[in-house]
Design a protein around this ligand. Structure first.
Ligand code: M6R
Length: 607
């Protein structure tokens, strides 16, 4: 959460910082600001609101300079206002910092600094960093940064500039991501790849306790309290344009419509004839075959993908699979088995709870296998084994294309493992792969129903509550449908296993409650029909997602959305598509900020 950018070089400083902030705005967008050094003098501007508010503020200024830092904020300590926005400043020493993370001991540091006469203006935890650096600053900024770091507890990525050393940005990292983009006579700083890839594809990932001294001609790295170190330069293959809207009104809609192409790409990368291969896996077949338990942990939408994977892994690979929410997993007493593998699923590869779990797991000598979208992310780098979900940069805060990419990738992994263990035959594998190959066309067919889904959205958008129900593999789909709706439209929505209806939620049902019923053909279809009838008997409105050609279900549906017929294990990939569109059109109708819903951030890098 929060985006950090920095630049040292000879381009238009204002534009590099603003474009960078715009590209990071999905990390947090309640206020923003920049600080620069021009002709040896520090200046800064900041404002509440989205990046365009900052652009307005800077409109008639002619900002010159070669060194600058910027920040887009997702508030933790202190409400979003001008004073709490970053940069945070120490005025007497002319120092500015931008910070991402949480300083856990800021209260005690603040009391100490106040007693020494430092003036605090904001309610942020971050302000202690700039005053600490000022406290220690004598002749050398680097030394002051290092001494400040020794006092800080918690997580941080921060960038600091000071009039005293006007040609550099010093950055430090512990627990929050930070990347240096290497250019020619210029260098870039960012909390993730998105702000860097329009300018350079050569990046260095900072590790915890790394400090970098960034100047236009060089970047020096050292460990806190240690020697200077060499860092590896990684060449990124991501394309900057894939993070543009491409003519769609919103990133979310663009990303929904990208899904068929993404699946085609995953299939062509992963399937070679009748074989499945994961180039990046970094784990041996022997290790996978002897696994007696997978413990999946993830958050939000990635957790829903994990729930689907449990059904698949147990059904086909015959391996016991547990699924936990990362923030819960960490605090229970795990029973460790020598052949267990902890699996992390994460789009961003930076989610703090998920990352903390893999660190905890590794400290207990578990092997960690991660399914990650963002290459080079912290989870990617810290896992023993890695499988990329390859959905390209996902910008909409509500995850859509990466969820579907996760489902497809987890399905392919299940087939891979099942075939290794001979729990499915080569013939089964061929049949299952060929059905998967038809999925992109099926999604295209569902997307063609967008106007009728929009009409359903128009009919129900004023309801303040929705229920989503499904069974088996589509119980996680119900959770995902409800999450999509609530996060972008602020309508209260709950996902339930349909069989649980009569154990409580049925009390909610009356003529005012729309219930999205996920009812594709499956072994639990008849049970699902009974659940839909229970809803109808209480006058609930049913929006039914059903298989093409299933006419008997029509009498139970107020509204119906069709998906093509597929085997049960592939239905979650299809049933989620109409729910993404339904949520999208409801949110648009309610005039909600679809791509940047209130209070949310794309990657949750604080616990
Ligand atoms: O980057 P991750 O997959 O680890 O993120 C996990 C959740 O924060 C994320 O899925 C979140 O729930 C999304 N807003 C869902 O649309």
């Amino acid at each position: 959460m929060c985006g950090i950018v920095g630049y040292v070089g000879y381009r238009n400083l204002e534009s590099v910082l603003l474009v960078g902030l715009e590209r990071l705005s999905y990390r947090g967008y309640d206020s923003s600001g920049i600080a620069i050094i021009s002709d040896g003098e520090l200046s800064y501007w900041k404002t509440p609101g989205k990046i365009h508010e900052l652009e307005k503020l800077l409109q008639n200024m002619s900002i010159q300079g070669h060194v600058g830092i910027g920040h887009t904020r997702w508030s933790t300590h202190g409400e979003p206002n001008e004073v709490n926005a970053h940069p945070q400043i120490n005025a007497p020493h002319k120092i500015a910092i931008v910070h991402n993370g949480i300083i856990e001991n800021y209260q005690s540091l603040k009391s100490k600094l106040l007693s020494e006469g430092f003036l605090f203006r904001s309610q942020t935890d971050s302000e202690v960093i700039v005053h600490l650096i000022a406290r220690y600053l004598q002749d050398n900024l680097l030394e002051a940064v290092e001494r400040a770091m020794l006092d800080l507890e918690g997580t941080y990525a921060f960038a600091v500039i000071a009039e005293k050393e006007p040609d550099k940005v010093i950055v430090a990292k512990k627990g929050s991501p930070l990347i240096i983009g290497i250019g020619k006579n210029e260098n870039f700083i960012s909390s993730d790849l998105n702000a860097v890839i329009p300018h350079t594809k050569d990046v260095i990932y900072m590790d915890d306790m790394d400090i970098a001294i960034v100047e236009s001609q060089a970047v020096l790295f050292k460990k806190l309290g240690g020697a200077y170190i060499e860092k590896e330069i990684h060449h990124i293959t991501w394309d900057a344009t894939s993070a543009d809207k491409n003519g769609y009104d919103h990133y979310m809609l663009k990303e929904i419509f990208e899904q068929p192409t993404i699946i085609r790409n995953i299939i062509s990368k992963t399937i070679d004839g009748d074989h499945i291969k994961f180039d990046s896996l970094r784990m041996s077949n022997e290790e996978l075959i002897k696994t007696t338990r997978f413990i999946i942990q993830a958050c939000g939408t990635s957790w829903h993908a994990g729930l689907v994977a449990k059904y698949l892994m147990e059904r086909y690979a015959r391996v016991l699979t547990e699924v936990d929410i990362s923030s819960e997993f960490r605090y229970r007493q795990m029973i460790t088995g020598i052949n267990d593998i902890v699996v992390a699923i994460s789009q961003s590869g930076e989610t703090a709870d998920t990352l903390a779990c893999i660190r905890e797991a590794k400290s207990k000598f578990f092997k960690v296998l991660s399914f990650v979208n963002v290459q080079g992310s912290t989870i990617d780098r810290e896992s023993d084994g890695i499988i990329y979900t390859n959905s390209g940069p996902e910008v909409g805060v509500a995850s859509t294309k990466n969820y579907v990419a996760q489902l497809v990738t987890l399905y392919l992994f299940t087939l891979y493992l099942s075939h290794l263990k001979w729990s499915i035959s080569s013939n089964d594998l061929v049949t299952m792969i060929s059905e998967l190959k038809r999925i992109p066309d099926y999604i295209d067919q569902i997307l063609e129903q967008k106007e009728s889904i929009r009409a359903i959205a128009d009919k129900y958008y004023q309801h303040r509550e929705f229920l989503f129900i499904g069974r088996g593999l589509n119980y996680p789909s119900a959770l995902e449908g409800a999450l999509k709706l609530k996060e972008i439209s602020y309508i209260h929505a709950t996902g339930y296993a349909a069989g649980e209806l009569k154990h409580g939620p049925i009390a909610l049902i009356d003529e005012h409650l729309p219930v999205v019923c996920i009812a594709p053909q499956s072994p639990t279809y008849d049970k699902m029909i009974s659940n839909i009838q229970e809803v109808r008997a209480r006058k609930g409105k049913t929006i039914v997602i059903a298989t093409e050609g299933d006419h008997s279900i029509e009498e139970f549906a107020d509204d119906i959305i069709r998906i093509p017929h597929v085997s049960e294990e592939l239905t979650p990939i299809l049933t989620v598509i109409p729910m993404q569109l339904l949520s999208y059109y409801i949110a648009v109708k309610l005039d909600c900020d679809v791509d940047q819903p209130r209070n949310l951030a794309k990657s949750v890098t604080v616990e």
